[in-house]
Design a binder for this molecule. Structure first.
Ligand code: FE
Length: 151
């Protein structure tokens, strides 16, 4: 019985994290060399930028938001809303497979961590107190994103 459960868990993990053919993997030294200190702190160390400190929480231009680590398209201005939190907030990712979620039990809280599915970089957290149409709030660090022209 335990074997069955373990196998199931392993399968779920694989489908969530390793199902992209274009997966990006780099060593810690490579990430340090290619990211700014702020990007590295958030994406690779699961840091959180101070509220209202990033460049994108108050951005309203039409944009595609790409992963600052690997360039994957993660979010769109179409789903961006003013959450009042001081972090860029979205009701949904750009595509269902763009991000992965994991349980995060750090800092004495039970939260859902949001990561880039392509490079594994930490983006922020997911809460269920968002507005319509999804009721979800993807609370994302500006440092993990790069705004680009929409496609
Ligand atoms: Fe990425």
């Amino acid at each position: 019985m335990a074997d069955k459960v373990d196998k199931k868990a392993a399968t779920a993990d694989r489908s969530d994290k390793a199902d992209r053919a274009d997966r990006v993997e780099k060593t810690d030294a490579e990430w340090r060399a290619t990211l700014t200190p702020e990007q590295y702190e958030v994406l690779r160390q699961k840091g959180t930028e101070r509220a209202f400190s990033g460049p994108l929480w108050n951005a309203h231009e039409d944009a595609a938001y790409l992963c600052a680590g690997c360039g994957a398209e993660l979010f769109s201005s179409d789903a961006k809303f003013d959450s009042g939190t001081g972090w860029p907030s979205f009701t949904a990712p750009a595509a269902a497979g763009a991000v992965a979620t994991e349980t995060d039990a750090s800092h004495g809280m039970m939260r859902t961590e949001v990561c880039c599915r392509r490079c594994g970089g930490h983006l922020g957290h997911l809460f269920d107190d968002g507005p319509a149409p999804t009721g979800q709030r993807y609370c994302i660090n500006s440092a993990s994103l790069r705004a680009a022209k929409p496609k």
